[in-house]
Design a protein. Structure first.
Length: 623
């Protein structure tokens, strides 16, 4: 679906139609300020742009639950959720943001229920909750049931509900539009709009906007073994880098412990919450050695490192589909869960195992290995979703630019995200960003007779110029000779899909679960000498612009390469081990030098921003 026509100027453009983007749209349209505007006959001009049909957004793949201290089953309190989030993030969490996350989590979940999310239910009718890794009560005590779920399809429920609510609100969508540029004014201080490729028509479009919110999701396709869908190519983060802004804590990438063997397909943490046990080649339930209290439900980074420790010690197993292959997996034993409970609580997990591993989890152990799952870092934002740059020991807001969801960094996840906090982050801070946008729009809507037309014209001109440049590039890509151009490099790579696969393998070797200065340097060298030249040489194999997926793939892989470079440089600059980042050459956490957020731009220079610590000073992290 494409809009019949573009407005001369939008009050707000939201890029991304997952939980964060849709929550922002609803938070905006349902705010008192916008409702007052509508009563005055002023209809805000809002557009949601998505490179997919919204119901294909990656939110739909979230399986396990959304975290909130509802207190329905066991005594729980949001302060414990708050503490667990800080501890889970290895004290790199901004505590003002984490406090908001935990305190308003119950309200967020209840509002989702009221909008139509069909949560699983207890026998007495309350929202059902399950245990999830790292969630405790009594400040680090025994595990608690805090993840509200809908079998193992909570993301599907939330995405469909939010989309239906947006449709009911009359939200305008530009579907299957690929955003190529985030446009700022000449000083880089104010947003001007975006440029997007309408894949339906094959034309680049200049979209003028006073406010832009980026909600494009993560960058899991940086890695070969990943639970992320093919569309998670870090576009929003790359757009911000291209606009000469910074990314925060981009070195922290979570590897989910239970990816299905070599497919990387996620087997939800719910499988372990329901009683699944990790076992090594000897059949030993090894998590007792690494996390004596929480065992298989320790924080995800702890479990992933424990799995890799078993594999490195020679206690791994091969994928049964490749019995002579590398022993780089361990077993997930779900045989202690009854078939009836599996069917009720884990239908997606069971179906995935049956279809992709040809195993029956009722009686078979399942091979798993850590899979790239979530990007903790991203576009730096305030708790109201405003994008800023850091320098000279203070924040400078970029006027009219917002972000939410996995592409952003507020920072509630710090160095490692707790399960169930991603959907919560997207819905809660997406809504907050939408409400902040609403207040801005209400003060000066596009249709206001007091609008500064000269300022709008200046911003529109900047966006039009960016669109013209991108249109010229598109023509070059369509009219070039891909095979001839590619043979000018030594890589032998002739299309973006080969290049993406090659980059994924390079990043797996460099950063997957553990890394060192040597692995980082080797990856940067390969990117500079082989991958970047190959990316610049890419051209489309077909000159047709309409629905030419190779064009978007070329831009996607170029985005991924830019992200890979800054991720590697940020990882190299952080000379410690914290949360998901395990440096083999710097194995200990170093609060004296690195209890700080890393802020990095395309030039690779890293500056440090202090962590907000209000209630819980750092201490040793144990499970």
């Amino acid at each position: 679906m494409s809009p019949k026509r573009l407005e001369d100027m939008y009050d707000a453009v939201i890029v991304g139609a997952g939980a964060a983007g849709l929550s922002a749209a609803l938070g905006l349209l349902r705010s008192p300020e916008i409702m007052d505007l509508k009563e005055q006959g002023v209809e805000p001009k809002i557009l949601v742009v998505s490179k997919l049909q919204p119901l294909r957004s990656h939110t739909g793949s979230a399986e396990g639950g959304i975290a909130a201290s509802l207190g329905n089953i066991e005594t729980d309190d949001w302060h414990w959720h708050y503490y667990d989030t800080i501890k889970g993030g290895d004290w790199l969490v901004d505590q003002d943001a984490a406090k908001l996350l935990a305190e308003y989590a119950p309200e967020t979940v209840i509002n989702l229920e009221r909008q139509g999310v069909a949560f699983s239910r207890t026998e007495d009718g309350h929202i059902s909750q399950r245990r999830f890794g790292g969630h405790t009560r009594d400040f680090g005590g025994s595990p608690v049931k805090r993840a509200a779920y809908a079998a193992d399809r909570i993301g599907h429920q939330i995405l469909h509900t939010l989309w239906q609510q947006c449709v009911a609100q009359g939200v305008a969508f530009a579907e299957e539009w690929y955003v190529t540029d985030l446009v700022l004014d000449e000083n880089g201080n104010r947003v001007a709009g975006i440029v997007a490729l309408d894949t339906h028509s094959g034309k680049t479009q200049a979209v003028h906007a006073r406010n832009v919110l980026i909600a494009t999701g993560g960058a899991g396709r940086l890695f070969h073994t990943t639970s992320n869908s093919w569309d998670l190519t870090g576009d929003g983060m790359a757009l911000v880098l291209d606009a000469r802004l910074q990314l925060e804590d981009i070195e922290f990438v979570q590897f989910h412990p239970t990816g299905l063997a070599h497919t990387g397909i996620l087997l939800s943490e719910a499988a372990r919450a329901e009683g699944g046990i990790l076992r090594n080649a000897d059949g030993e339930p090894f998590m007792e050695r690494y996390a004596p209290e929480h065992k298989d439900l320790a924080a995800r980074d702890v479990v992933s490192r424990s799995i890799m420790a078993e594999i490195d010690a020679g206690r791994g197993v091969p994928d049964p589909k490749d019995p002579n292959g590398p022993k780089d997996c361990v077993w997930l034993d779900m045989t202690g869960i009854t078939p009836e409970r599996m069917a009720e609580a884990l239908p997606q997990v069971v179906e995935t195992i049956e279809q992709y591993a040809n195993l029956d989890p009722v009686k078979d152990w399942v091979p798993i290995k850590p899979t790239a799952h979530y990007t903790m870092g991203g576009v730096p934002i305030t708790t109201d979703g405003e994008v800023y740059r850091w320098g000279d020991e203070h924040r400078t807001l970029v006027d009219g630019l917002f972000a939410a969801g996995e592409c952003s960094c507020v920072s509630v996840h710090g160095a490692n995200r707790l399960g169930g906090n991603s959907l919560l982050d997207a819905c809660l801070f997406g809504t907050r960003a939408g409400r902040t946008l609403a207040a801005r729009i209400a003060n000066n809507p596009v249709d206001s007779p007091m609008a500064d037309e000269s300022a709008d014209e200046s911003l529109a001109k900047a966006t039009d110029q960016a669109a013209a440049r991108r249109s010229d590039e598109l023509n070059d890509l369509l009219n070039g000779s891909a095979p001839a151009a590619a043979t000018d490099t030594d890589s032998g790579i002739t299309n973006p899909y080969q290049l993406m696969a090659r980059l994924g393998s390079v990043m797996d070797r460099a950063l997957a679960v553990r890394c060192s200065a040597d692995t980082i340097a080797a990856a940067l060298s390969t990117i500079a000498e082989e991958l970047e030249p190959a990316a610049k040489a890419l051209h489309a194999h077909d000159s047709t612009a309409v629905f030419n997926q190779e064009i978007t793939a070329i831009w996607e892989v170029r985005h991924l390469i830019e992200l890979a470079k800054v991720m590697l440089k940020a990882s190299g600059a952080r000379q410690e081990s914290r949360g998901s980042l395990k440096r083999l050459d710097f194995p200990e956490r170093d609060d004296e030098h690195f209890l700080a957020h890393s802020m990095i731009a395309t030039d690779g220079a890293v500056v440090l921003q202090p962590v907000v610590i209000t209630d819980y000073p750092p201490k040793k992290r144990e499970y």
